[in-house]
Design a protein around this ligand. Structure first.
Ligand SMILES: Nc1ncnc2c1ncn2[C@@H]1O[C@H](COP(=O)(O)OP(=O)(O)OP(=O)(O)O)[C@@H](O)[C@H]1O
Ligand SMILES: [Mg+2]
Length: 254
C-alpha cells in the first residue's frame, strides 16, 4: 500500500510546524513505521532538526526543477522494518520556487516526485514554509491529509480561516485533501487567553482538534537546536510522551 501523505501546514510563522514534523515523524518511526520526512522550507529547519546533512549533493529543489532527478533520500534511522528517511532542503529551494513559476505543471511537481517512492513508506510528512506560496501549494497538492499546528492566540484564529480558504481552493485540483487535525502545538495552559482560545477552537472545530496538545516545553527548543528529535534528548520524557500520544491519535484517524 502506498504511503499516507500528510502536510504539516500553517502560513503563520513559528507555530511549531517543524517541531511537529520532526517529533511526530520520530514517534511514528518509534512505533515501527516506515517514515519519510520532507523539507519543503528553504529555511531548512527540518533538515537541521535531523542533524543537518552537509554531505548531501542534491536536495528537494533539484527534484522539483528537473523531473529526471530522483528525490534524494537521506537515511536517518532504521531498525528492522522501521525506518526514517529525510528529503533535505537548503536555501536553494527559494530560488527553485521562483524558477518553478515558469514550469509546466508547477503545482504538481512534488506530487509527481513523491509518487515514484510512496510505496516504500507508510507515512510521508511534509514540513511547509510559513507562506501560502507555490511550495506550500505543492505540498498540499501532494498530500491527502493536513495537520495544522497552531498557537492558542486570538490572532491565530484568523490565520486558521485563511488556511481553510486555501485548502478549499486546493480542493479544485486535489479533491481528496482533508484536514486530519488541528494541533495546539505551543500551548501555555497558565494563560487565560490560551485557555479561552483553546476552548473556542474545540467548540468551533470540534473533534478536528486533537485531544493531545503540546505544552510549551524548553526541551523542544533544545532538541531542535541540538539537531535531534526529542527522543534523543535526556530529560525529555514528558514531551516525548506527548508526541507519542499524538502519533497514536494520528494512527487512529488515518
Ligand atoms: N511546544 C513548544 N514549546 C517550546 N518551544 C517550542 C514548542 N514548539 C516549538 N517550539 C520552538 O519554537 C520555535 C518555532 O517552532 P518551529 O520551528 O517548529 O515552528 P515553525 O512553524 O516550523 O516555524 P516557521 O514558520 O519559521 O517554519 C522553535 O525554536 C521551536 O524549537
Ligand atoms: Mg518550520
Amino acid at each position: 500500500m502506498s504511503a499516507r501523505i500528510i502536510s504539516i501546514a500553517n502560513q503563520k510563522g513559528g507555530v511549531g510546524k517543524t517541531a511537529t514534523t520532526t517529533n511526530l515523524g520520530a514517534s511514528l518511526y518509534g512505533l515501527g513505521h516506515r517514515v519519510l520526512v520532507v523539507d519543503m522550507d528553504p529555511q531548512g529547519n527540518l533538515s537541521a532538526s535531523f542533524g543537518g546533512q552537509p554531505q548531501v549533493q542534491t536536495t528537494i529543489a533539484d527534484a522539483l526543477l528537473d523531473r529526471a532527478v530522483p528525490v534524494p533520500l537521506v537515511p536517518v534511522y532504521s531498525e528492522g522494518e522501521a525506518r526514517l528517511d529525510l528529503v533535505p532542503a537548503t536555501v536553494t529551494l527559494a530560488t527553485a520556487e521562483a524558477a518553478l513559476m515558469n514550469k509546466l505543471g508547477r503545482e504538481f511537481r512534488l506530487r509527481d516526485a513523491l509518487g515514484t517512492i510512496a510505496d516504500r513508506y507508510d507515512f510521508i510528512l511534509i514540513d511547509t514554509p510559513p507562506s501560502l506560496g507555490l511550495l506550500t501549494i505543492n505540498s498540499l497538492v501532494a498530500a491527502q491529509l493536513v495537520v495544522v499546528p497552531t498557537e492558542a492566540r486570538f490572532f491565530s484564529l484568523q490565520g486558521l480561516k485563511m488556511l481553510q480558504e486555501s485548502i478549499d481552493e486546493i480542493l479544485y485540483i486535489n479533491p481528496n485533501l482533508r484536514i486530519l487535525g488541528i494541533l495546539l502545538s505551543k500551548f501555555d495552559r497558565r494563560l487565560r487567553e490560551e485557555q479561552q482560545v483553546a476552548s473556542y477552537l474545540r467548540g468551533n472545530w470540534g473533534d478536528l482538534v486533537f485531544d493531545t496538545s503540546v505544552g510549551t516545553n524548553s526541551k523542544i527548543l533544545e532538541a531542535a537546536s541540538a539537531g535531534v528529535p526529542l527522543v534523543e534528548l535526556n530529560g525529555s520524557q514528558r514531551a516525548t510522551d506527548t508526541y507519542r500520544s499524538l502519533a497514536k491519535e494520528v494512527l487512529a484517524r488515518v
